[in-house]
Design a protein around this ligand. Structure first.
Ligand SMILES: Cc1cc2nc3c(=O)[nH]c(=O)nc-3n(C[C@H](O)[C@H](O)[C@H](O)COP(=O)(O)O)c2cc1C
Length: 204
């Protein structure tokens, strides 16, 4: 019975929508126990109010906030973060920076780590955000899993789409108005299922 944790940060809701698709994909694997979590917010309330994210954030306010130590319970952790200047958000960085004690104990060694993201623009750092995130997971001794090309949606050239062998992704658009497309959501579902299948094999 593999335990899969989907751990995300989102300001405007795009990564949350992708996280739901990742979760849906992981649940397709019989016996997988899948839980969705968000990392703590760091932005002060007045800054959040100015960001215009209030309504979007209501959409995932019910998702429990995870503490770093809880990750030791999981067999696989799938992380989602928007891009900030081609890298993960400060909220996700801070969450990971609180895992020093876990690193000392080797608490995440041998667990699966996988990453998905969202950017504002088409070439704004999807791949750099995911691959630079992998460095932290490797320091923790995690086994990196991406999204293989058996996911045919990765080959779609008929529309603008996120998604790469490094992991699922979406494009929010410069004003945040674009929502994850069906192609991007299908890649997210594929990644969730792929991680859960490998976690199930490792659990056996
Ligand atoms: C401070 C800041 C930096 C950002 N940097 C980038 C960037 O480097 N490239 C990009 O394409 N989008 C960038 N964005 C846009 C966000 O990635 C976008 O709002 C996010 O993917 C939406 O995801 P969410 O709805 O889950 O918050 C930035 C946004 C902010 C607020």
């Amino acid at each position: 019975m593999p335990k899969i944790y989907v751990v995300f940060y989102s300001t405007y809701g795009h990564v949350h929508k992708m996280a739901l698709a990742i979760e849906e994909g992981a649940r397709q694997v019989p016996g997988a126990q899948v839980s969705l979590f968000q990392v703590p917010e760091l932005m002060p309330e007045d800054a959040l109010a100015k960001s215009g994210a209030g309504q979007a954030r209501q959409g995932f306010a019910h998702v429990p906030v995870i503490q770093p130590e809880q990750m030791a319970e999981a067999d696989a952790i799938i992380f989602g973060t928007p891009t900030r200047f081609g890298n993960m958000t400060a909220q996700m960085r801070n969450f990971l920076d609180r895992t020093g004690q876990m690193w000392m104990k080797g608490a995440l060694i041998g667990k699966i780590g996988s990453v998905f993201t969202s950017t504002g623009t088409q070439h704004g750092g999807q791949e750099t955000t995911i691959t630079s995130f992998h460095l932290t997971l490797l320091h923790h001794g995690m086994i990196i899993v991406g999204c293989p090309y058996s996911c045919s949606a990765l080959m779609n050239m008929n529309e603008i789409t996120g998604g790469s062998p490094y992991g699922a992704s979406t494009l929010a658009g410069p004003d945040g108005s674009r929502q994850p497309s069906e192609n991007e959501l299908s890649i997210a579902r594929f990644q969730g299922k792929h991680v859960a299948e490998i976690a199930a094999k490792l659990a056996r």
